[in-house]
Design a binder for this molecule. Structure first.
Ligand code: NAI
Ligand code: MG
Length: 358
C-alpha cells in the first residue's frame, strides 16, 4: 500500500535540509507518494497566509508530514496571525498533534559536544515525551486584571489556569507506555503532585494506565528533582512522560546534554498515529542558502516518521545506522566540526548518508 507524505520544507535552511531527507527516503525505494507544499513565510509570500488551505488539506490527507522549519527575520514585523510560526501552531491544532517526542541521543563520536563530563553522559539515549495541546498554556480563564481580593487587591495581577482532563492524560500515558515498550520498558512520569491538583490527577491516571502495560516499569518523579537528575545522572532515564510546561523545559534541558541542535529530531503525533516530523532547531536564517546546514536532524526525523507513523522500523533502523556510520567515518558539518574530522556541506552529508545505507 502506498503511503502519502506531505513535505513542507518552509523557510531559511528548511528547503536545503528537507531536500537531503527526501533524497534518503527515495534511496530506500519504499512505496511512498511524496507531495510538497509551501508553508511559513514562503507560503505567505505566495498566498498571503503562512498555512494556505491547500497545504492544510494535503497535511490532513497524508499519513505523515515531514516539516523543515519556518521563520525568518524579514517576517518579524508581520502581525501575529501572519507570522510563519502560526503555520506550526495551526497544523498542531488542526491535526490534534498532542504527543511530542524528543529523543536526546549523544553519539559517541560527538561526546565532546555535551556540556556534561563524558563519564556522566556518554552513551546517553533517552526520549522525552511532552504533552503538547493542554496544560497551563491553553487553560482558561487567563488574563491580566485588577485583583478583586486578597493581600494585593486593587493592584494588577496576571493569572493562568493549569488544566488537564482525564482523556488528555490517558492518551499521552498510552503513548508513553507504548514508546517504553519499543525501547527499554522503563517509563518515568514527571509531575508536581506534592503541590498541584492537576499533577495528582495526572499521577493517578498514569498509574491506572500502567496496569495495561505490566512489562513496563513505571516510576514517578517531581519535576524539580527530574531537572536535577537530568544533569546528575541522565542515563538513569529511558522514557520520560510529562505535561506541556514541564516537558517544554525538560526537553530543552535534555537537548543541551547532547550539545548539538543540528542532530536532534522530533515527532508530534495524534490519536490516529498521524504525525508531523521535524528537526528540533529552527530555520537558522544566519546560515540559510550557504549550503552548510546540518541535515542530520531532519534525516533522523524522517527515520522517526518511518518508525512511528509508517510502521517501518526496519527502514528507520537503516537510516539511524547510516547516520552513525557517516559520523564514525569522521564526516562533520560545520556545527559539529572538530579538529581531526572532515568538514562537509549539506549536500555532501546527505549523499554520504545514502552511500552508508548500502
Ligand atoms: P535556530 O534553531 O534557527 O538557530 C539557532 C542557532 O543554531 C543558529 O546559530 C543556527 O545557525 C544554528 N543552527 C540551527 N539549526 C542548524 C543546523 N541544522 N545546522 C547548523 N546550524 C544550525 O533558532 P533561532 O535562531 O532562535 O530562530 C531562527 C528562526 O527560526 C526564528 O524565526 C524562529 O522563530 C524560527 N524557529 C522555528 C522553529 C520551527 O520551525 N519549528 C523552531 C525554532 C525557531
Ligand atoms: Mg522550548
Amino acid at each position: 500500500m502506498t503511503q502519502k507524505i506531505a513535505v513542507l520544507s518552509g523557510d531559511g535552511i528548511g528547503p536545503e535540509i528537507v531536500e537531503q531527507a527526501v533524497k534518503v527516503l527515495r534511496a530506500l525505494d519504499l512505496s511512498l507518494e511524496i507531495q510538497e507544499a509551501p508553508v511559513g513565510g514562503k507560503a505567505f509570500d505566495l498566498h498571503g497566509h503562512p498555512l494556505p488551505t491547500a497545504t492544510l488539506a494535503l497535511a490532513k490527507e497524508s499519513n505523515a508530514i515531514l516539516f523543515g522549519a519556518v521563520g525568518d527575520w524579514k517576517y518579524d514585523k508581520l502581525p501575529r496571525e501572519h507570522r510563519p510560526e502560526q503555520a506550526l501552531l495551526g497544523l498542531r491544532k488542526a491535526l490534534g498533534l498532542f504527543a511530542n517526542l524528543r529523543p536526546a541521543i549523544l553519539y559517541p563520536e560527538l561526546a565532546n559536544a555535551s556540556s556534561l563530563k563524558p563519564e556522566i553522559v556518554s552513551g546517553l539515549d533517552i526520549l522525552i515525551l511532552r504533552e503538547l495541546t493542554g496544560d497551563i498554556y491553553f487553560g482558561s480563564p487567563r488574563g491580566i486584571r485588577t485583583a478583586p481580593d486578597g493581600a494585593f487587591a486593587g493592584s494588577r495581577e496576571g493569572f493562568d489556569t493549569m488544566r488537564y482532563a482525564e482523556p488528555e492524560i490517558r492518551r499521552i500515558a498510552h503513548i508513553g507506555f507504548q514508546a517504553a515498550q519499543k525501547r527499554n520498558k522503563k517509563l518515568c512520569s514527571v509531575d508536581k503532585a506534592n503541590v498541584l491538583e492537576t499533577s495528582q490527577l495526572w499521577r493517578d491516571i498514569v498509574t491506572e494506565v500502567s496496569a495495561e502495560y505490566p512489562e513496563v516499569s513505571l516510576s514517578h518523579m517531581y519535576v524539580d528533582n527530574a531537572a536535577m537528575q537530568l544533569v546528575r545522572a541522565p542515563r538513569e532515564f529511558d522514557v520520560i512522560v510529562t505535561g506541556n510546561m514541564f516537558g517544554d523545559i525538560l526537553s530543552d534541558e535534555a537537548a543541551m546534554l547532547t550539545g548539538s541542535i543540528g542532530m536532534l529530531p522530533s515527532a508530534s503525533l495524534n490519536a490516529a498515529g498521524q504525525g508531523l516530523y521535524e528537526p528540533s532547531h529552527g530555520s537558522a536564517p544566519d546560515i540559510a542558502g550557504k549550503g552548510i546546514a546540518n541535515p542530520l536532524a531532519t534525516i533522523l526525523s524522517a527515520a522517526m516518521m518511518l518508525r512511528y507513523s509508517l510502521n517501518n522500523s526496519a527502514a528507520a533502523d537503516k537510516i539511524e545506522k547510516a547516520v552513525q556510520k557517516v559520523l564514525s567515518q569522521g564526516l562533520r558539518t560545520a556545527d559539529i566540526y572538530e579538529v581531526g574530522t572532515t568538514q562537509v556541506g549539506t549536500q555532501a552529508m546527505g549523499d554520504a548518508v545514502i552511500q552508508a545505507l548500502a
